[in-house]
Design a protein around this ligand. Structure first.
Ligand code: 8DG
Ligand code: MG
Ligand code: MG
Length: 155
């Protein structure tokens, strides 16, 4: 059995426009295909959680971020593949453009993601109840960390 891996998922918020919405995209071409996940990826050797969060957000959405913070962590054994991941969930805020406008998320890796949209945590819960369409670490987050999830609803 392979050792557990570390994944970082980022709740990416915009500073002014509907700040309680975060970026979500449908996965494509790897495990969890067809489910919605946060931007994120594997923690690389020697990297801090903050560096990994900022790097993955930039690689996947083209957005620069500030106020990158630890949010919570979960433990997931994937039901389909048996892969074991510890997920570090982070929060981050997108930087504004020089003219003060909100930048849009770009689809930087169209082979890995169908596209980005901005969702509320309440919508996430409804999606999961309706059609089980969330990437497993997000489902595990709701089950393992109900208290911290509630703080996302209040933003
Ligand atoms: P990389 O391998 O180039 O570093 O990254 P990637 O191509 O962006 O990988 P990914 O599949 O998006 O993320 C890597 C793994 O991290 C993924 O297979 C499972 C794990 N992971 C979690 N939770 C989360 C999450 O909330 N979002 C993302 N994107 N990945 C997560 O365990
Ligand atoms: Mg990536
Ligand atoms: Mg990724």
């Amino acid at each position: 059995m392979a050792a557990p891996l570390v994944g970082v998922g980022v709740f990416l918020f915009r500073p002014s426009h509907a700040p309680y919405r975060f970026c979500l995209g449908m996965r494509k071409g790897s495990h969890g295909a067809g489910t919605y996940a946060l931007p994120g990826g594997h923690l690389e050797h020697g990297e801090s959680f903050e560096q990994c969060a900022a790097r993955e957000v930039k690689e996947e959405t083209g957005l620069d971020v500030h106020d990158v913070r630890f949010f919570t962590a979960t433990n997931s054994v994937f039901k389909d593949t048996g892969k074991h991941y510890v997920t570090i969930f982070m929060t981050a805020i997108t930087n504004l453009e020089e003219d003060g406008s909100e930048p849009e998320a770009q689809l930087m890796e169209p082979d890995k993601c169908e596209g980005w949209k901005w969702q509320t945590f309440g919508e996430l819960r409804k999606m999961e109840r309706a059609d089980s369409s969330l990437f497993q670490p997000l489902v595990d987050l709701m089950e393992q960390r109900p208290d911290v999830c509630r703080t996302l609803e209040k933003r």
